[in-house]
Design a protein around this ligand. Structure first.
Ligand code: NAD
Length: 490
């Protein structure tokens, strides 16, 4: 039998190949590579390497750090085709998504953070207390522990690593156990590009490795993307040491279509919004609410377009979406659809899928009750829920009626309505007449149980720094100070 390629951990300058777990190709259900299995001891070594690297890295000027990160981005770009293929193989993503979006956007994110760190924001230095000048510093936290999910493996790693290192931190990152390949390649490319050994360390494994990061005394911050359930556990583990935490958690995005919208545009937007990445997207348009007058028209066109989505081999020409990322996840998605059937909800299955691998057909659940699990919980598959509503007030109520608040969209040609909806929708991103678009410069992060803190933008950069107030005597009278005799006498 052909020997499978092995992905090692990256700790300091070392590639650590201990242990071996199979990595499964979701398109075939068979192993295509193996990965090292990390332990608490590997977390110890990685944190030590990160601590050693961080001081020297933070001592560089912003310009020097920027130049090093730009070289890193260039080195990734030179290997972008390879990275796109590997991401598609490991995560089952359609090649057109990794080639056109995941990889180039990740590289843009690194370039953005390299540049934006040179322009720190804060109050002007000045005399806020008589006799003293105040100034602000933004200090790095030190070592950041990062934990990422399997749906956008490389991009989620970059969303943690780029702002963290731009701010002067070092990182120990644990990727999801089933999709570590491109994250490991990223760390190897970082070393080759000249970034210091120990600045980016990758320890592979599952919850045990993640928990070791959350409880390590030398890690000052945990930056997590994943489910709300795991987010709660991470907040709990980080709290005894008052570690800083950013949590990018689940979503159940509403997609609200008013009768005055461009219905064709809305139907096309919904198809991409809900099925992109096989629906394994935290901002996916999973709850489509359509106003009574256009409900039948929208549902008919949306169903017609859904039937045209091509589910198949991630590498084949014309494939829109690939398989789900693991067998366990396939069973979870299937469970939601079976439950909906048992509850008497109409299920429209669009097209067929290959028999091998973890493929799931594009599916529409028609007008389920708002309280049904398929409306309230993340399905995280190519499964759309389409429901009707009557008034704007009802649309707001329904859109906000889940524990999540990551993103949502509103479709209308009435500008006043659009402005009212943008204000009323309780989510971190509101799109008007679009769904999904994001840029490096704008923040991404949720309201409610979708999380705490932001990825992307200068808001993310700030998450990875601590603000320090420096107060400097400008009178030259070293003894004026604070005397108990004068304190409060005025
Ligand atoms: P998950 O919570 O199961 O796992 C995420 C990561 O946490 C993995 O690396 C996993 O190994 C690790 N982990 C699991 N248990 C842990 C523990 N006890 N301690 C420390 N680490 C632990 O999530 P997932 O299934 O990999 O990813 C899908 C979820 O991610 C969805 O809920 C999705 O909405 C969310 N997501 C959110 C965003 C966002 O920006 N808000 C982006 C992408 C994905």
């Amino acid at each position: 039998m052909e020997k499978l390629i092995h992905y090692p951990m990256v700790i300091g300058a070392e590639l650590v190949a201990t242990g071996s777990e199979d990595l499964i190709d979701p398109a075939s259900g068979t192993a295509f590579a193996t990965v090292a299995s990390g332990s608490k001891a590997d977390v110890e070594s990685a944190v030590a390497a990160a601590k050693a690297a961080q001081l020297g890295w933070a001592a560089l000027s912003y310009g020097e750090r920027c130049a090093a990160m730009m070289k890193f981005a260039d080195a990734l770009e030179a290997k972008s085709e390879e990275l796109a293929h590997l991401e598609s193989k490991n995560a089952g993503k359609a090649l057109k998504l990794t080639v056109n979006s995941d990889i180039p956007f990740s590289i843009d994110n690194i370039r953005y953070f390299a540049g934006v760190a040179r322009r720190q924001e804060g109050a002007a230095a000045g005399e806020y207390v008589g006799g003293y000048t105040s100034m602000l510093r933004r200090e790095p936290i030190g070592v950041v522990g990062a934990i990422t999910p399997w749906n956008y493996p490389l991009m989620m790693a970059v969303w943690k690593i780029a702002p963290a290192i731009a701010a002067g931190n070092a990182v120990v990152l644990k990727p999801a156990p089933n999709t570590p390949a491109t994250t490991i390649e990223l760390a190897k490319i970082a070393l080759e590009s000249g970034l210091p050994a120990g600045l980016i360390n990758i320890v592979t494994g599952g919850a045990e490795v993640g928990e070791a990061l959350c409880t390590h005394p030398d890690i000052g911050m945990i930056s997590f993307t994943g489910s709300t359930r795991t987010g709660r556990r991470i907040a709990e583990l980080a709290s005894p040491m008052i570690k800083r935490v950013t949590l990018e958690l689940g979503g159940k995005a509403p997609f609200v279509v008013f009768a005055d919208a461009d219905i064709e545009a809305a139907a096309q937007g919904a198809v991409v919004g809900v099925y992109v990445n096989s629906g394994q997207d935290c901002t996916a348009a999973t709850r489509i609410y359509v106003q009574d007058d256009v409900y039948d028209q929208f549902l008919a066109r949306f169903t017609e377009l859904s039937k045209q989505v091509k589910v198949g081999d991630p590498f084949a020409d014309g494939t829109d979406i690939g398989p789900l990322s693991s067998q366990a996840h396939w069973h979870k998605v299937k469970g939601y659809v079976e439950e909906a059937k048992e509850q008497g909800i109409e299920v429209i299955t669009c097209g067929t899928v290959p028999a091998e691998g973890f493929y799931f057909p594009v599916t529409i659940l028609v007008d389920p009750p708002q309280t049904a699990n398929c409306v309230q919980e993340e399905i995280f598959g190519p499964v759309a829920v389409v429901k009707r509503f009557s008034t704007e007030a009802e649309a707001v109520m329904l859109a906000n009626d889940t524990p999540y608040g990551l993103a949502g969209s509103c479709w209308t040609l009435n500008v006043q309505r659009a402005m009212r909806m943008a204000k009323a929708m309780q989510c971190g991103t509101v799109w008007i007449n679009d769904h999904l678009a994001i840029g490096s410069e704008m923040p991404h992060g949720g309201f409610k149980q979708s999380g705490i803190g932001k990825d992307l933008s200068h808001y993310a950069l700030e998450e990875y720094t601590v603000v320090k107030h420096v107060l400097i005597d400008i009178t030259g009278d070293q003894r004026k100070g604070w005397h108990f005799t004068t304190f409060g006498d005025a």
